[in-house]
Write a protein that binds this ligand. Sequence first.
Ligand code: ZN
Length: 735
Amino acid sequence: MARKNALGRLSALEISLIVLFLLMTAVSVALIIVLALEWDSNKQSETVEPTVDAPANTYLIGVGRADCTGPVADIPLMGYANSKQTARGLHTRLFSRAFIIDDGNKRVLFVTADIGMVSQRLRLEVLRELKVKYGDLYRQDNVVMSGTHTHSGLGGYFQYTLFMITSSGYIKPSIQAIVNGMVKSIDIAHRNIRPGRVFINKGELLDSNLNRSPHSYLNNPEEERNSYEYNTDKQIVIMKFTDLDGDGMGLLSWFAVHPVSMNYTNRMVSSDNMGYASYAFEQEKNIGFLPGEGLFVAGFSSSNLGDSSPNIRGPVCVDTGAKCDYLNSSCPIGGKKACIAFGPGEDMFESTRLIGENIYKKAKELYSSASQELHGSINFAHQWVDMSDETVQLNSTHTGRTCKPALGHSFAAGTTDGGGEFNFIQGDTDGRPFWDFIRDLLVGPPSRATKACHRPKPILFSTGELNEPLPWHPNIVDVQIITIGSFAIVAVPGEFTTMSGRRIRQAVKQELDQGPFSNTEVVIAGLCNIYTHYITTYEEYQIQRYEGASTIFGPHTLSAYIQRFRGLAKAIAQGTVGDLPKGPEPPFFDDDKLFNLIKDPVEDEAPVNTTFGDVLEQVSSVYKVGEVASVTFVAGNPRHSGDIRDKTFVTVEMFHNGMWEIVHTDASWETRFHWEGDKGLSNATIEWYIPRSAKTGTYRIQYFGHYKQIQDNQTIISPYVGSSDTFKVTKSFYY
Ligand code: ZN
């Protein structure tokens, strides 16, 4: 039933503006916070021996990578759901990586992108483009799209109201960059298809993740917990792709950890720890190429990372260094905001590198020793499901039901990885009457039925009952499995906790365990196809920490998914995929119903007696390796550079053979591009963290931008180049 209130007679747009205004002023953005949200390898030779005669059942393989970085200024970063954490520059570029595998009959496409998550809108827009280009070759049932879950990617690519509020609307240039980048990576993979072989391998990676809600995990049955050594998954699974000569084409890997090494204080676009792993692997394989270039593609996909944090030093009270309260993750002084988890490094950059390096090194080891080859046909099964209306058979006598989407009070508490506002705490099953009062005033109370359905979750936002200007949350969700021989990828639509993922893997493995599918290795690909926040086990849900409060379809959400994924697995194993109902198609809302709160940037201005690209703070004349070269320029707003994909704001150049040779771009780990601007006046600071491996010699830093001016009502965008003085890099000041 649609909710009617005093706003009922106003138009959808008026209501949306009122709701937005109230939300952003009275409760501030704070209320809506956080989206913040085996087998044995034969240990044989390292390289694959060239095959004279290709085995009868090899695959056709295509890999591709493309830049999908959007506007690096003003747009909120997608992850901690703080609309004030807007982009102010670029640390590393964001890439989409595509992998096509074809058995000569059926084809699957797996895309992993350096973004927070795949949204329904993003998926639908990409599928529309693919339809135009490729007809029915790439469809909803054979294409999986996954986000790495970096929290330093850009927002603005959602069509549901809650996500539009936290990321300041549906932002066309932001989503367009991701759509175009994804499609380009698919085009490249499609063009490069050639016969090849696929190997898999698996190993254990310790010291790289930590359970951030151990109290919830401990509520799972003891017997179940006892069958696992750790409270987070330590396994890393890889697929290795080679051509028939045994030359490496690509790697695809899964490991369960949140890419939140870059924390909520960061303002630069970054691919975080997973992006670092891709960067390191690709740099090693693509010798002589700048980052983002070269044919070898290394994708590091997300998995069941719901309760898995990279901040392995764990949470402490920042003021006293004491342990935080176990259930609520709060501190005597400063409450939950003072309880923060830190990574292994001295700062967030070092933590990102260290976690990324751990993942990269383990993947490299597994890649080198991979000897289990996949054979057999490719299969896939997909359904759209109304997750707000599922009946689950809990046992022989009892059924349970899923609920209309709703978020609990502890959702607004955030996690020890950041986010959260006011006095919301984790593990809250009582709720806060004050916030209920405010909520009722602004958007209305939850219905009795929804309250009962979500128990013991105290509901903060009954998003499934809020439909203005558009539904606040989705009901129709994708469930999907693809198999390559005896390897299954389960595409899950959100953040499954460690135990939730284990239950799904076990259920799918069980259903598949027959004929060619016996002993299938099952991996969870996270944040796929549509975002529905978190999925905890029924037992974890009872604790109502952040993850439970963010399990939007109620206590039986996981059971409903297990039932559905069992159904898909069974259909694949029995060859009855064609009998599966397609399910209700998701909506594609008209552009004019979406809102955008991000204004076009104003005209750029240069300070008196300067022009764009002029140096405000010059480099030093000599640097030692390990130091940081820094230069500040008069800048325009980076959004005036338009589509920045496959370009660079920065080059670090070395003078060599009478020419300037580019050694780094803005995609390099060693460079940081900070932008700061206010009312049209802005500057850009380029930092080069000079690696110890840097050659001694003469260098310069160049900066490329655009500025906007309005003359006679005409908008003129002009390019400019800034260049630092030349400087020397030495190994030591004393020869
Ligand atoms: Zn998350």
